[in-house]
Write a protein that binds this ligand. Structure first.
Ligand code: 13P
Length: 333
């Protein structure tokens, strides 16, 4: 297979009706926060136990086409000694890898951030590929206020996303391009739409400059919602604003827009996705690439006890199934 054929085959597997991606790529500090919320200490053994459990939820592959892994998990075996990527691939689920190295201050852009990890990226991607990763993820974050994000932050982050995506594709790895506009703040849904459009326009300008192939990437943006300190918008409003915004700036050549959940509750994330898929004639497949909104109930059911495996499976399968339905617009609560 040529690199191009490989990319196309991975896209066909990832972008399927009624399926989405499970983002289980929390870095160690992030998963520690999630574990603390359910009273569990984050050790390598506990992370192994937890991820072994959720990746073995019966029927997961009916609704999940790919799982994004953190580097530790890519190299880990499950509780039965099977390498995690193999455990997923044997169920027809494509393993992926988070390759960004986290965020830090962006010089000359007060209160804004840049993502690290381009140095040595090619070697890390090649090593991940050897371990079974066929797609990758890189997340940028944008803070929103009356004046932010700045043109500088949009330009610099878009440039890193584009360089990452181009390197991925040169190695036959499908890039998930994730520009996250944070939900923090008291902004209106209109401000969120304005910023969402600026950011996505910036990202596609950079992708174009770096000659990224649009047919073999997935966009993972935020939904257009009001800030978390503002009154909530209805799923119909969120859907209408999100679709209006992305129709203006996401080329139809992009096969999939797979949203992040970004602090929405599991129920909200499902309802919002479902409302989007009520709209006819969308140029892209709109699905999910949720972390918290898929895993929170499973973490609460598990509570660090292997004996709760059955309950954790049930919780995991339930959210996967409901979001699978929302990806088809056929969810009913
Ligand atoms: P959330 O759905 O929890 O926002 O996580 C998705 C993700 O991968 C963030 O990088």
């Amino acid at each position: 297979m040529t690199v191009q054929e490989e990319l196309q085959a991975t896209i066909r597997e990832l972008v399927q009706p009624g399926k989405g991606v499970l983002a289980a790529d929390e870095s160690n500090p992030t998963i520690a926060k999630r574990f603390t919320a359910v009273g569990v200490e984050s050790t390598e053994a506990m992370r192994q136990q937890y991820r072994s459990i959720i990746f073995s939820a019966p029927g997961l592959n009916e609704h999940i086409s790919g799982v994004i892994l953190f580097e530790e998990t890519l190299e880990q075996k499950n509780l039965d000694g099977i390498p995690m990527p193999e455990l997923l691939a044997s169920q027809g689920i494509v393993p992926g890898i988070k390759v960004d190295k986290g965020k830090g201050p962006l010089a000359n852009a007060p209160d804004e951030e840049i993502i690290f990890g381009l140095d040595g990226l090619e070697a890390r991607l090649s090593a991940a590929r050897e371990l079974g990763a066929r797609f990758a993820k890189w997340r940028c974050v944008f803070h929103i206020s009356d004046t932010l994000p700045s043109e500088l932050a949009i330009g610099a982050n878009a440039e890193t996303l584009a360089r990452y995506a181009a390197i991925c594709q040169s190695l036959g790895i499908v890039p998930i391009v994730e520009p996250e506009v944070l939900i923090d703040g008291a902004h209106s849904i209109e401000r969120s739409a304005e910023v969402g459009e600026q950011v996505i326009r910036g990202v596609f300008r950079a992708l174009d400059l770096h000659r990224v192939n649009l047919e073999t990437m997935i966009l993972k943006p935020s939904m257009i919602t009001p800030g978390k300190d503002s009154p909530k918008a209805s799923p119909e409003q969120v859907a209408a604003m999100t679709i209006r915004t992305y129709r203006r700036c996401v080329p139809a050549a992009v096969p999939g827009i797979f949203f992040l959940s970004g602090g929405q509750t599991p129920e909200e994330a499902t309802l919002n996705l479902n409302a989007m898929n009520q709209h006819a004639d969308l140029p892209w497949t709109m699905s999910f690439s949720y972390g918290r909104a898929l895993q929170e109930p499973a973490q609460h059911a598990w509570k660090g006890e292997l004996a709760n495996r059955g309950a954790a499976h049930k919780a995991m399968t339930k959210r996967a199934r409901l979001n699978g339905a929302a990806a088809l617009g056929s969810y009913s609560s």
